[in-house]
Design a protein around this ligand. Structure first.
Ligand code: TRP
Length: 82
């Protein structure tokens, strides 16, 4: 899989609870939050990695569909150590 393919692929995030945050982190020397999108339960965001975005952080309970497979993020209140 080449870089172009990685950059062109979308990730789909579906919120399973209210107030899931999808946070974009900057590409380059500095890794900073540059955008935060709040999703309520059932809302879907379709996003790409871009020239500006090298990482995506998800806070809260959501399903994430990527070209590599599916993964579910948990919210703190659902995590086993709480
Ligand atoms: N302006 C941002 C960009 O082009 C928009 C964006 C793309 C984004 N992918 C994202 C924002 C993922 C948050 C999360 O990079």
């Amino acid at each position: 899989m080449n870089d172009k393919k990685i950059l062109n692929d979308f990730v789909v995030i579906k919120a399973i609870e209210d107030s899931v945050n999808v946070i974009g982190l900057t590409r380059g020397t500095d890794t900073k939050f540059h955008h935060s999108e709040k999703l309520d339960s059932g809302e879907v965001m379709i996003a790409q990695f871009t020239e500006h975005t090298s990482a995506i952080k998800i806070r809260g309970h959501a399903k994430v569909y990527t070209p590599f497979g599916e993964i579910e993020s948990d919210s703190k209140k659902n995590s086993p150590d709480k």
